[in-house]
Design a protein around this ligand. Structure first.
Ligand code: NAD
Ligand code: UDP
Length: 312
């Protein structure tokens, strides 16, 4: 049994990770300020005596004795991270400093939930880890992108300077049950709109692409990354290489829900990346991992979840 700290543990990804770590017989401490996470995501875990929740903001320091830290705390949806951009930067940067300081002090391994957004609007395709990215440092997305880039720099330098044992996961668009109804990201928006037979909001012409990974595949990869001693501590892309335009995604969701929704077109948000697809060769080599759940199977699970949520 390991003692494991998960920041952002009441969020979409964090709650699945906490559940899996508990199921594997670990003791889990979940820190969350409940900005975008919710008690509902973790309520089924509260009876477990090996699960603890603390309302805490990671921009403030924290101390506990643990062996591993998964640093997930940070709003991930553009509408949420742009709501209070300064706070987003503080969460990424001060949060990383606080958690790395803790890892250094207690000699814990620490994993950072980084993002494909460090590549910005990429000029190479698919994206490999050695690509430095194309980020507008003063654009609407910069609070998130630059915050996460700074956090990566902090992780690497705590490793070089203080020998902290780090892992950096560059996570590509991930979806599944427990995304919040008001999350604002494309999959939850489209599914909810389709289930309500409301217009599907396509931003731009819908020709931009994304690669969508189902939550269970990501959780498996995060745990493998934390447990692997075979990494060179460089960032690793975690995503599903299947690439779809937003139009294709909308049509697939309309088909799977049997919806009568029409498409409605809206302006493209500033600096919206045109194309995104992970090269996951490194994850395959280092972690012996690749995603198993294709878009259709993952969407079916997610649609079932949102159906139940809307019936509540
Ligand atoms: P989410 O918004 O559902 O979860 C984030 C959690 O962090 C929430 O519970 C929120 O309340 C908490 N939080 C935010 N700021 C905090 C703070 N200052 N102190 C304590 N808790 C705080 O988002 P998610 O999709 O679960 O994302 C989790 C992590 O994974 C984030 O770091 C995100 O950047 C990263 N990520 C997610 C995706 C994705 O597609 N979901 C892609 C790339 C990276
Ligand atoms: N998008 C869309 N309609 C929506 C929400 C998002 O067309 O209702 C588009 C958005 O412009 C982007 C893609 O879907 O091109 C993915 O957006 P999301 O916010 O899910 O993630 P990110 O842009 O951070 O990858």
């Amino acid at each position: 049994m390991k003692r494991i700290l998960v920041t952002g543990g009441a969020g979409f990804i964090g709650s699945h990770l906490c559940e899996r770590l508990l199921n594997e017989g670990n003791e889990v401490l979940c820190l969350d300020n409940f900005f975008t996470g919710s008690k509902q995501n973790i309520v089924h875990l509260l009876d477990n005596p090996y699960f603890e929740v603390i309302r805490h903001d990671i921009t403030q320091s924290f101390y506990a004795e643990v062996e591993e830290i998964y640093n997930l705390a940070c709003p991930a949806s553009p509408i949420h991270y742009q709501y209070n951009p300064i706070k987003t930067i503080k969460t990424s940067v001060m949060g990383a400093i606080n958690m790395l300081g803790l890892a250094k002090r207690i000699r814990a391994k620490i994993l950072q939930a980084s993002t494909s957004e460090v590549y910005g609007d990429p000029t190479i395709h698919p994206q490999t880890e050695d690509y430095w990215g194309n980020v507008n440092p003063i654009g609407k997305r910069s609070c998130y992108d630059e915050g996460k880039r700074c956090a990566e720099s902090l992780f690497v330098n705590y490793n070089l300077q203080n020998d902290v044992n780090i892992r950096i996961a560059r996570i590509f668009n991930t979806y599944g049950p427990r995304m919040s109804l008001n999350d604002g990201r494309v999959i939850s928006n489209f599914i909810i709109q389709a289930l309500k037979n409301e217009p599907i909001t396509i931003f731009g012409e819908g020709k931009q692409t994304r690669s969508f990974q189902y939550i269970d595949d990501l959780v498996e990869a995060l745990i493998r990354l934390m447990n692997s001693d075979d990494t060179n501590m460089d960032p690793i892309n975690l995503g599903n290489p299947g690439e779809f335009t937003m139009l294709e995604l909308a049509r697939k969701i309309i088909e799977l829900t049997g919806s009568a929704s029409e498409l409605s077109f809206h302006p493209l948000p500033e600096n919206d990346p045109v194309q995104r697809q992970p090269d996951i060769s490194k994850a395959k080599d280092f972690l012996d991992w690749e995603p198993r759940i294709d878009l259709e199977a993952g969407l079916k699970e997610t649609i079932d979840y949102f159906k139940k949520e809307l019936e509540k």
